[in-house]
Design a protein around this ligand. Structure first.
Ligand SMILES: Cc1cc2nc3c(=O)[nH]c(=O)nc-3n(C[C@H](O)[C@H](O)[C@H](O)COP(=O)(O)OP(=O)(O)OC[C@H]3O[C@@H](n4cnc5c(N)ncnc54)[C@H](O)[C@@H]3O)c2cc1C
Length: 362
């Protein structure tokens, strides 16, 4: 059997290995494709939303009765390791199939003259001295984008001189994803606070959506705008009042915590408010800077607009050839693990099927 040249493009390259990307990679490998799975979390602190449930167990992720984010991340990795790349021969022709996991933080995707996609990534953590990290370019026939988004964090005790999100929001991250800490998804973590006192931080329609969702778990809530105008309509304010939801517009000066437990918030006027749970919705930042060359279409939140086959649309509404997306980064999806698996499977299979040698007969 002939050895495959290192220059041969992968069939499918998946960016991101949360539930969406892992499922896309496994589904494509299952269809005899050679898959590169790019693991951004191995060389950056962008480890994916699935990772950040530090001490809270997911209870609605398929199969697992309860699992924390880091343990779930390890389980996803083990799943891909069960599909290692290897050589097969079909009708005398040798080829590689299976998954090669590559540590890399993708910074650019470009279409090569032969129509394949050249994906450039940094292969080490950003050096602290500001120098550029080493890079590598990998080619593939198709790309599946499963890089999710980063949650926006409240503007409380931030390190304004820090350039990296995790340094900037160091204090917030100490409390995020813990049982008694900051939560970003009321549907995911509301059950931890049944009939308890909730702080809900944010403004406008998005924050009223959190209030509306939290009614399934508790009726004891305070919306804190952190010094900003509340941005809610008179009708929404009237509904909040009718439901006994308090509104606090004073700026939040500091966290009151113990270890990794968040206990309360100190306001600028000196008052200290204590709660059992803390939810925040400050918007999101999609991880798709590397697609800039393709002018993808975004929705109001900044998420990628795709067609029903998970192909990313450009600003003119045309599907970008050879590039699919799945999971949280796709507009209109439920931002949940089971949905990420489902769309990951769709995108992985669509990318695989696009590589079949002959088309169906009509
Ligand atoms: C604190 C918290 C609790 C949650 N609780 C629940 C719950 O109880 N139940 C539930 O169903 N859902 C829950 N969710 C939501 C769930 O985690 C997400 O819906 C899910 O993880 C989305 O999967 P994904 O694969 O699309 O993205 P992610 O899990 O965000 O994974 C994205 C991947 O892309 C990688 N990446 C990003 N940028 C790059 C780049 N440039 N190059 C290479 N790789 C990159 C990351 O390293 C990561 O591997 C929770 C989310 C959070 C934050």
């Amino acid at each position: 059997m002939s050895k495959r040249s290192p220059d041969t493009p992968f069939d499918v390259l998946v960016i991101g290995c949360g539930p969406a990307g892992t499922q896309a990679a496994v589904s494509a490998a299952h269809q005899m494709r050679h898959v590169a799975l790019i693991d951004g979390g191995a060389v950056s602190l962008r480890r994916g939303r699935h990772f950040w449930s530090k001490s809270v167990e997911f209870v609605d992720a398929p199969v697992f009765p309860g699992i924390t984010g880091p343990a779930f991340n390890r389980a996803l990795k083990e799943w891909t390791e069960a599909q290692p790349e290897h050589e097969v021969t079909i009708d005398g022709e040798s080829r590689y199939i299976g998954i090669r996991r590559i540590p890399g933080y993708v910074t650019d995707v470009e279409r090569a003259p032969d129509g394949t996609l050249a994906v450039t990534m940094s292969t080490a953590m950003l050096p602290r001295d500001g120098t550029a990290p080493p890079t590598q370019t990998v080619r593939a026939c198709t790309v599946v984008v499963a890089s999710g988004f980063e949650d926006g964090w409240p503007d409380i005790e931030i390190e304004s001189s820090a350039e990296r999100a995790y340094a900037k929001y160091g204090v917030v991250f100490r409390y995020a994803g813990n049982h008694r800490g900051w939560h970003v998804c009321v549907r995911c973590d509301g059950h931890l606070h049944t009939d308890r006192e909730l702080a809900i931080v944010g403004v406008g329609d998005y924050i009223f959506d959190v209030v509306h969702g939290a009614q399934d778990f508790t009726h004891r809530m305070t919306v804190l705008t952190n010094g900003r105008p509340h941005g809610m309509s008179d009708a929404v304010l009237a509904e909040m009042k009718r439901r006994g939801v308090r509104l606090e517009t004073e700026r939040i000066e500091a966290h009151i915590g113990s270890g990794r437990d968040l206990l309360g918030l100190r306001l600028a006027d000196g008052r200290e408010l204590f709660f059992d749970g803390f939810f925040v919705d400050e918007g999101l930042v999609p991880n798709d800077e590397f697609l800039a060359r393709f002018s993808p279409q975004h929705d109001d939140e900044g998420l990628l607009v795709c067609d029903e086959d998970h192909r990313i649309l450009d600003v003119d509404g045309n599907a970008i050839p050879g590039i699919w997306a799945c999971g949280d980064i796709v507009a209109g999806e439920r931002n949940l693990i089971a949905s990420a698996f489902a769309s990951g499977q769709d995108a992985g299979l669509e990318a695989s099927d696009s590589l079949r040698r002959w088309a169906p007969v009509n």
